[in-house]
Design a protein around this ligand. Structure first.
Ligand SMILES: [Zn+2]
Length: 87
């Protein structure tokens, strides 16, 4: 079964991309329109790509700081419609 590439919107600029396109896009968009957390020189920011365990069209790019706990990320994913499970 072929999975159709789904698109998502960049919350920084609003443009739409596929999952792989978004990865490439964020590398440049984050330097042009940096999120507040990466301006802070005292903390490291993380770019996470959340996908499903099995092939699907669902994906989510997250930008978070190094202090984010799994519980906080899990709550964010749940509020975004994801049901995250640690493996
Ligand atoms: Zn963007």
């Amino acid at each position: 079964m072929t999975i159709k590439a789904t698109k998502g919107a960049c919350t920084l600029c609003g443009k739409e991309y596929t999952r792989s396109g978004m990865s490439k896009h964020l590398a440049s968009c984050l330097t042009k329109l940096p999120a507040e957390s990466i301006i802070d020189d005292e903390h490291v920011s993380l770019h996470l790509l959340v996908t499903t365990r099995y092939p699907s069209g669902y994906w989510l790019h997250l930008h978070t700081d190094e202090l984010a706990t799994f519980k906080k990320l899990d709550r964010f994913c749940a509020n975004s419609g994801w049901n995250a499970t640690a493996i």
